[in-house]
Design a protein around this ligand. Structure first.
Ligand SMILES: [Ca+2]
Ligand SMILES: [Ca+2]
Ligand SMILES: [Ca+2]
Length: 208
């Protein structure tokens, strides 16, 4: 009896830990292919002992889709640096030198990342490494929520039959070619590209 109560309390404890844990969130964004750039926020939620600084790396998993072209840091990040851009990956460092990020905070902006989209498709925007410290010098080990970038024709947030038809029309020259639909990289929109987006739609391939 007593043992089951202990197990029960332990489960409650674990659930409470899960609920109160910090979370590192990379926004997800979708857009139509006429939009050249997109800004993605990277935020940290559920802070308990403030933040002294961070060093995070964000990577575009499908680099043919987009490049990271710039990084904007919030006002609190007086001391900051990032790796050279444009690139498919960027590391960003920031220090809360003036002690603006203190105590209990439900959400704090770490960085705004601007990407330039290159073609139709989908990519994860992944936190590939991180080091984040609170104001007591303890390392924060957040739950990671990676982002997704989706670029399509009709801007409805998914690759669907409308997008496939558009590529089909280009292949048969009913509409002008747009190299943002050149998935196989041979500088023309052809049957290979149509096959690729169609296979993606029906789930035969998992990358576009
Ligand atoms: Ca701080
Ligand atoms: Ca669509
Ligand atoms: Ca092609």
């Amino acid at each position: 009896m007593r043992r089951s109560i202990l197990i029960f309390l332990f489960i409650i404890f674990l659930m409470a830990q899960q609920v109160s844990a910090e979370k590192l969130v990379v926004d997800s964004k979708y857009m139509d292919f006429n939009k050249e750039t997109v800004v993605v926020n990277v935020t940290l939620t559920g802070l308990k002992n403030g933040l002294s600084g961070y060093n995070i790396t964000i990577t575009v998993e499908n680099p043919s889709l987009a490049d990271i072209i710039s990084v904007d840091l919030p006002e609190w990040a007086t001391l900051n640096d990032h790796s050279d851009l444009p690139s498919k990956s960027v590391w960003i460092k920031a220090v809360d030198l003036n002690e603006k990020v203190q105590g209990n905070l439900s959400e704090i902006l770490l960085a705004k990342i601007t990407l330039k989209t290159k073609r139709i498709g989908v990519s994860q925007l992944t936190v590939t490494s991180y080091e984040i410290d609170d104001d007591e010098g303890f390392q924060i080990d957040p739950i990671i929520q990676n982002g997704t970038i989706l670029v399509d024709v009709n801007g409805n947030g998914r690759i669907d039959i409308g997008d496939v038809s558009y590529v089909a029309y280009m292949v048969v020259n009913k509409i002008p070619q747009n190299l943002k639909a050149d998935f196989n990289g041979n500088y023309k929109v052809d049957i290979g590209d149509l096959a690729k987006i169609a296979y993606y739609l029906i789930g035969k391939i998992d990358k576009l």
